[in-house]
Structures are given as C-alpha cells and as structure tokens.
Design a protein around this ligand. Structure first.
Ligand SMILES: C[C@@H](O)[C@H](N)C(=O)O
Ligand SMILES: C[C@@H](O)[C@H](N)C(=O)O
Lengths: 164, 164
C-alpha cells in the first residue's frame, strides 16, 4: 500500500503529564488513569514505552484547561503508585502527518523526522497509528514545523487546527 | 462526544525493537528510522516517551519476518547513535480497542487497563489515537485479553485479526 499523505494537523491546546518511574506490573496504568477518568478529564495521547529494570514512564496529554487539575491528581496518587516523580509541561504542541498507508512505510516516518532534524527541532514524544504520525514538540516550533513539513511533502491543503 | 466502541482488533505478526538510552536531540529519530526505511522494512507502531537526563528510549514494531534484519540494522547503527543497548522481542501481540470519540474519555482507556489488570496481564506498551487504544502484551495473553475486553465492553462483533 503506497502511503498517501492527505495533510498536516496540529493541536495547540494540549499539555503533557508524565508519571516517572512507575512499577511495570499489572494494575498501574489503571491506577493512573482511573482518577483522571473519574474527574471527567478528557485525555488525548497516552504513551508508554517498554520498561527497563522493572520500571517505566507513563505519559498522557490533556487539554491545557485541565492541566493544573490533572497535575494535582497525579501528585496525590504518585505516592501510592511508588512513582519517582510527576512532571508536566503545557508549553507543547502536537503536529501530525495524516494519511493512509502510513504504517507501510518507514520512509514516511523517517522523512518526517529528517525534516524536523534539519530544522533543529527536537522531537519530545512520538505516537503513531495507521492514519497518523504524531510528534510532540516545543510550542515555539509550531509554525516552523508545519511549514517545513508542508513544503517537504509538497502538500496542497492548508494545515488543520485540531483544537480539542 | 460519547465514545462508541466498534470492536477489538489484534495483531499477532508484530515484533518490537527498542533502542535504549539514545540522546534526546534533533536528528536521532531520523538516524534510527532512516536505515529501516532504506531497507524497505514496514514499520507499524513507533513509540517514544518524553526523555529524562537528556536520554530517551525509541521503540518501533515490524512484521515478525523482518525482526532479525531490523535487529541487525539497529545493532549496526546503535554505536554511532551513542545508544546504550538494542533490545528486541518477537513474542508480543498488539490488542486494540477501536471506536470513535475514544480520546474524549479517560474512562474508556482506564476501563481497558482495569480489565487487563484484573486478569493480571501486564501492559508492555501503550499507544493511542482518536480511533484506537492499542496495548502491547505478551503473546500468551492474547485470547484472555481479547475475550475479557470483549465481555467487559459487551461487544457483539467478532474481534478482527489485523494481520500485517
Ligand atoms: C506501567 C503499566 O502499564 C503496567 N505495566 C500495567 O500493566 O498497568
Ligand atoms: C529521540 C529523538 O526523537 C530526538 N529527540 C529527535 O528529535 O530526533
């Protein structure tokens, strides 16, 4: 399946929270997101990588308006989870390349990363699906990232603002 | 937007590779996936969490048939990236809850995680999009995970095998 890139989307409303150094055993992910779901806070991205030495980090993004509440909740549960730390940052943006057949091509992802590398934009977080490659970057790089990707992938359609 | 879960999908063909402890600066993601793209290897999931102390881990999944080749390529580039280690595992499966409005509800994600926790199934990796919550688990838990999620979410449609 040849990838067909339909466009670029971005989201300036997000804030990220990371629970650092949680035990990598059953029940932890549920204990982290349970209180967030109970507080009726919408979650966008959830990213957890493979752990090492029995620990891993758990990151999720919420709307900026829920950042302080979510951070407060996480600080309250972190102790009971045995987490090392809770970190948050609301100065981020999500930029996504949207299309079909994305996964059938490491080329699309590596081209996306090469464009950002050339512009010296650090990729803070990555999450993909069959129809999207999403990266989280510092918010100050939003315009530069969107414009460079738009040019390198020779896209016509205007980038879409996916406000939450 | 109320979440509407349309079903469960799973994928038994995947293998995961993790480049551990890479420097978290521009150009690294491109240096990792460039050689994989050049070797025409399809990549499904790409997961990178926020780093700490200037380092992060970078994981991606490939079809099991490409696992040995991808591992070989990663071992060759790891040194030039300054990575601490390259790890791989082909005894995994991806299980996804598919639907719309997924992100508008931490409840759906935490319910998914609670089901797996109750069955004592450890979640190795998590990646989400607007239409999917995907977890990577040990392959031995595939049937138990799919059956439990199917029951807890009271789904009708048979789970879909998304073979790559
Ligand atoms: C870290 C967390 O995902 C844990 N592995 C769990 O299953 O809940
Ligand atoms: C780790 C990797 O994603 C790095 N931050 C980069 O921008 O390439």
């Amino acid at each position: 399946e040849d990838p067909i890139i339909s466009g670029i989307a971005f989201n300036r409303d997000e804030a990220q929270l990371t629970v650092v150094g949680v035990p990598d055993h059953p029940g932890i992910a549920s204990a982290i997101l349970g209180p967030i779901g109970a507080a009726n806070i919408e979650v966008d991205m959830i990213v957890q990588n493979v752990g090492s030495d029995g620990l891993t980090d758990f990151t999720f993004t919420v709307h900026k308006r829920d950042f302080a509440t979510a951070l407060q909740i996480m600080r309250e549960v972190a102790g009971s989870l045995g987490a090392k730390d809770v970190r948050g940052d609301d100065d981020i943006v999500k930029v996504s390349l949207v299309g079909v057949g994305m996964r059938s091509h490491a080329g699309v992802a590596s081209k996306t990363f090469a464009t950002l590398a050339r512009e010296n934009i650090n990729i803070r977080m990555i999450s993909t699906s069959e129809i999207k490659i999403s990266v989280v970057i510092d918010s100050k790089y939003l315009e530069l990232a969107v414009r460079s990707l738009h040019k390198d992938f020779a896209l016509d359609r205007e980038p879409q603002d996916e406000a939450l």
